[in-house]
Design a protein around this ligand. Structure first.
Ligand SMILES: [Zn+2]
Length: 1016
């Protein structure tokens, strides 16, 4: 079968060359490579000899040629390094450049370079050299020619080169015994109707290649097993020697394999030749630890190869081959016949995933990743877009087909419930499953509303940052295609995609070619759909403004539906009418174009009760609450760590809630209910009834965000009568980043709160002054910048509501730095023998300017920790550990002075402070038990000023009566961190054995305190 197909491809190739292309005016260059490659493993070097036959099918004469030398980007000073050190690309990769690429540099040296035309009629043995001069700048080789390459002419390019293989930073390089060789050879730059695409290799952005045939002969140590684009045409790639018998369990067959495998002589070499036809790139992977499994696609036409590392065999065996076969079957069924003889999945030890013709390098065995990368062999490989300029044409397409595959196969949650990794997790097993499409929609909506949105159609390196690239290349175009499927219907959508595939396979595609192909098949103009999506940041938000129904004389009902476009993009809408008996009617509203308001009138034969626009939530409608006259509701128990955020339901979460005050044996059972909808609103309502005192406690708090205006602005409100205090308040908060998703993040907030009444029996135990009313206006500024966190808080009493009168300004900075030391296992993180050093430092300074009455305890600076309203918000503190006073006296709530050694010592508060806490700890992650164990030492110290609480009538004298205290403590601590039901659980034990209080210093091994919060 495969041999037959080879001939077919050859004939087709020949035919293409001889005949005019069936697409009017379309042409593409052809580049055939013959390479001989030697791998020198001991010095991580490739030497190569390349012969390229470059045929100019363009109508232009070319006076120069260009080549990519991609590995050169991994050097300090390259465009890529400059961009990473700026703000572009992924942070995880930028790190290598910021660390000066120690061990990670790579480079191609070109030794001999010539360009020649054949002597007329003669073979390449007699050549006419036409190279004038060439220069290499960054990743681009530019060669000027003495004679132009005329249309139809073929030139021969010869070069010898050396590739110094660096450790892997992005997709290519050496990593943990593997050579991941992508973009590894001097590669011709594409010349198309827009001219040469001699783009330097940016921090963000992938590739564009010319179609041609590759014949690559490798000479490498025999111990290396090699997988590559193409088929083996000569020699032995080593697969048979590492083929495993998977009819046994993994551990059994690995033992069998290990005992029978004969390690090749370390000096022995293998030579093997791979040939690939009609591809625009060629990649290979070699490893000494590969195992091999092989199969064939369901139509029997495509060989499927799987290579994986021995250490990951347990996860990869059998399933990756099954998933690979399923993925290629799906792609062939949905889009068209796979034109190559084989497809290969390789195990890339470094995480991530990347596609090349006929071969993918995958950092995990996950099915979604296999389907995504195989999808790329269609969208990028066969339909060869320019990934630099139009990344959405491959990433968007393969992202949407992957999500359709997963939902089609596993249901709306989009993953395999049978898999231990996913299903065994408590939330997936017991909590409601989310909707794959909805989470993508929310992800995009949050970005669209952030004020940082950009157009999809933009070169990868021109997006403002990595998040914008990711959202515009992957998420948004995937959702656009999903909307296209919604507008066209499944069968028309796949028909149109097949037409696009059929027309443009093995050619270069772009936006126009794609849209024209779809329009051609559908027979409709679709610019109204694509233009706003691709070239603007317009948003979609339709809403129902009115819903009138009236009974006609006959047994039918007339419906009049007011539809309003609150957004700036247009869409036809599927309208679902629900009847009393639960049945529904669906029809399309298609009066959408260039219209912001409309009335849809229709008749139905039963009494309608509700109407919904886009009932299957297929569009990226920003606000679904106005899409329906009856929003669905879901009531759930509020499990810890529950995360369930559908787009078309309001979620109610309930939980019992109890107060218990031991002193009066007062037990107050109650219930708390949260009602949430996405990023727009949340409200918590709680009521408790105290059986002894007959008090009714209540609590309401919530927040809202506007949909279309004031990006990243949240309005908070609250009011409650809970044990200890009554309070009302409100706050406006605005978040701001220069670069979306990256620090520095600035948060500005302004608000007020009023506390008209206190419960003396409980609040005074927390250090509260309960003798008056408190009303405060405040502002906060907080900024996170890498390891540094800065905040400034200003507060003033709102008089005359407030009994007290004071102003307060507090500044706090915290610094946290982590470094992992020890042995790291590159292949399996669970075998790491390492521990992490953690340095934490906090500084706070502040002053209160107060009237005669001074400042109440809750608003003054507490020496040992936090006495502000945060304490009241912790139930266990208000209830003083339900009567366990001794625990309460040992509890540390961090904040303010933060001198933990003074917990329970009733040290008087202060009106001005300068205090610092430092912690130095080492911690170890016991991954088997899922516990982090931390051992810390700490020093807290501070200067505190205050007026002693003595009767003074003379204000002047009072102000002169400020006293200064110097306090400090030091000790060591233990912390345990784990998660239960996916919820973080933290316990801190501190032993402040040294305490300094003015002149007195004390060493006491009996001091201890505990907390559920981190000290800094
Ligand atoms: Zn991708």
């Amino acid at each position: 079968m495969i041999a037959v197909r080879h001939i077919f491809i050859l004939v087709c190739g020949f035919f293409t060359i001889l005949c005019a292309d069936p697409i009017d005016g379309y042409w593409q260059q052809r580049v055939n490579y013959e390479m001989e490659i030697t791998l020198h493993d001991s010095i991580r070097q490739l030497t190569g000899t390349t012969v390229i036959k470059y045929t100019n099918y363009s109508p232009d004469s070319l006076d120069r040629i260009y080549m990519h030398l991609y590995p050169n980007a991994f050097q300090l000073g390259s465009a890529k390094s400059r961009e990473y050190i700026g703000y572009a690309g992924r942070l995880s990769r930028a790190k290598y450049f910021k660390d000066r690429l120690e061990g990670f540099t790579s480079k191609i040296d070109v030794h001999d370079f010539s360009v020649a035309l054949p002597k007329e009629g003669a073979s390449w043995i007699h050549k006419i050299p036409i190279l004038d001069e060439y220069k290499i700048d960054d990743t681009i080789l530019e060669a000027k020619l003495l004679e132009k390459i005329a249309p139809g002419q073929t030139v021969r390019i010869d070069l010898n080169w050396t590739h110094h293989v660096g450790k892997m930073v992005e997709r290519a390089g050496y990593y943990a015994g593997q050579y991941n060789m992508a973009q590894w050879y001097p590669k011709m730059v594409v010349y198309d109707e827009k001219g040469w695409h001699a783009d330097v290799f940016h921090a963000e952005g992938e590739f564009y290649g010319e179609f041609g045939d590759f014949s690559v002969k490798f000479d490498l140590p025999e111990a290396f097993i090699i997988a590559a684009s193409g088929v083996v045409t000569d020699g032995d790639p080593g697969w048979e020697a590492v083929t495993v018998d998977t009819s046994f369990d993994f551990n059994v067959w690995l033992d069998i394999f290990n005992s029978s495998y004969v390690e090749p002589d370390s000096n022995a070499r293998r030579t093997v030749t791979f040939s690939a036809e009609n591809v625009h790139d060629f990649a290979w992977v070699a490893s000494e630890d590969f195992l091999y499994e092989g199969g064939v696609s369901s139509d029997g036409e495509t060989d499927v190869h799987v290579f994986y590392d021995k250490e990951r065999g347990e996860d990869w065996t059998k399933v990756v081959l099954e998933r690979s076969i399923r993925a290629i079957d799906w792609l062939e069924e949905k889009f068209g016949n796979y034109p190559y003889p084989q497809i290969t999945t390789t195990d890339r030890i470094k995480s991530g995933g990347m596609e090349y013709p006929m071969l993918v390098m995958n950092g995990s065995e996950r099915e979604g990743l296999i389907v995504h990368e195989y999808g790329h062999i269609y969208f990028y490989g066969i339909l060869a877009n320019n990934e630099v300029d139009e990344a959405w044409l491959d990433e968007g397409f393969t992202t949407t087909q992957t999500s359709h595959y997963l939902m089609n196969r596993y249901g709306e949650h989009g993953f395999d419930l049978e898999l231990d990794d996913d299903y065994e997790k408590f939330p997936n097993r017991y909590y409601p499953l989310g909707h794959d499409l909805h989470s993508d929609q929310w992800y995009a909506i949050n970005f669209m509303r952030s004020g940082h949105d950009e157009n999809i159609s933009r070169s990868s390196h021109l997006f403002n940052n990595g998040s914008a690239y990711r959202l515009n290349a992957y998420t948004k175009p995937a959702l656009m295609l999903n909307e296209l499927k919604y507008v066209l219907g499944d069968s028309m959508y796949y028909g149109a995609m097949q037409h696009y595939f059929d027309k443009w396979k093995l050619k270069h595609v772009n936006e126009t070619r794609f849209i024209d192909a779809i329009e051609e098949f559908v027979g409709k103009e679709l610019d109204w759909f694509f233009d706003p999506w691709l070239h603007t940041t317009r948003h979609l938000d339709y809403g129902i403004t009115s819903f009138k129904k009236s009974s006609n004389n006959t047994s039918s009902w007339a419906v009049e539906l007011g539809i309003k476009n609150e957004g700036t993009r247009y869409m036809p809408l599927l309208v679902e009418t629900e009847f009393e008996d639960g049945s529904t009617d669906r029809r399309w509203w298609t009066n959408h174009l260039w219209r912001f308001e409309d009335t849809l009138r229709y008749a139905v034969d039963k009494k309608p009760v509700a109407v919904t626009l886009d009932p299957d939530v297929q569009t990226v409608d920003l606000d679904y609450r106005n899409n329906t006259t009856r929003m669905k509701k879901r009531l759930l128990f509020n499990w810890p760590g529950l995360w369930y955020e559908p787009r078309d339901e309001r979620v109610y979460r309930w939980m019992p809630y109890v107060y218990y005050y031991a002193d009066s044996s007062d037990f107050a059972p109650g219930l708390t209910i949260d009602r949430d909808y996405g990023p727009y609103e949340s409200i918590t309502v709680r009521a408790n009834y105290a059986l002894q005192s007959n008090n009714l406690y209540w609590y309401v708090s919530g927040w809202r965000q506007p949909v279309h205006i004031l990006p990243r602005t949240t309005f908070y409100y609250w009011g409650y009568n809970r044990p200890g205090v009554k309070e009302y308040g409100g706050e406006i908060e605005k978040k701001w980043n220069r670069v979306y998703g990256r620090t520095p993040t600035h948060t500005f907030a302004g608000g007020f709160y009023v506390q008209p009444e206190y419960d003396a029996s409980r609040a005074s135990a927390l250090g509260y002054d309960t003798s008056g009313k408190l009303a405060i206006g405040y502002f906060n500024w907080n900024s996170k910048l890498g390891p540094l966190d800065l905040s400034l808080n200003g507060a003033t009493t709102l008089n005359p509501v407030s009994t007290w009168e004071f102003n307060r300004l507090t500044a706090t900075s915290t610094f946290k730095y982590k470094k992992t030391l020890g042995m790291k296992n590159k292949k399996r993180s669970d075998l790491n023998r390492n521990f992490t050093l953690h340095i934490k430092q906090r500084f706070t300074g502040g002053k209160i300017w107060a009237g005669d009455l001074g400042v109440p305890g809750q608003e003054g600076y507490n020496i040992e920790g936090n006495s502000s309203n945060d304490m009241l918000r912790k139930n266990y503190l208000v209830d003083q550990f339900y009567g366990q006073d001794s625990l309460f006296l040992h509890y540390h709530m961090p904040g303010e002075g933060n001198l933990r050694g003074f917990v329970g010592k009733k040290e008087r508060g202060a009106e001005a402070l300068m205090a610092t806490s430092s912690e130095f700890s080492i911690y170890k992650n016991l991954s088997k038990a899922d516990i982090t164990l931390e051992l810390a030492t700490f020093i807290d110290a501070g200067l505190f000023w205050d007026r002693e609480k003595i009767e003074k009538n003379d204000v002047e004298e009072l102000n002169n009566y400020f006293t200064k205290r110097t306090l400090a403590d030091a000790g060591f601590g233990l912390r345990l961190n784990t998660s239960i039901f996916e919820k973080d659980l933290y316990l801190r034990l501190d032993f402040p054995i040294y305490i300094f209080n003015g002149d007195i210093s004390e060493t006491n091994f009996n001091n201890w305190l505990f907390s559920f919060q981190r000290s800094i």
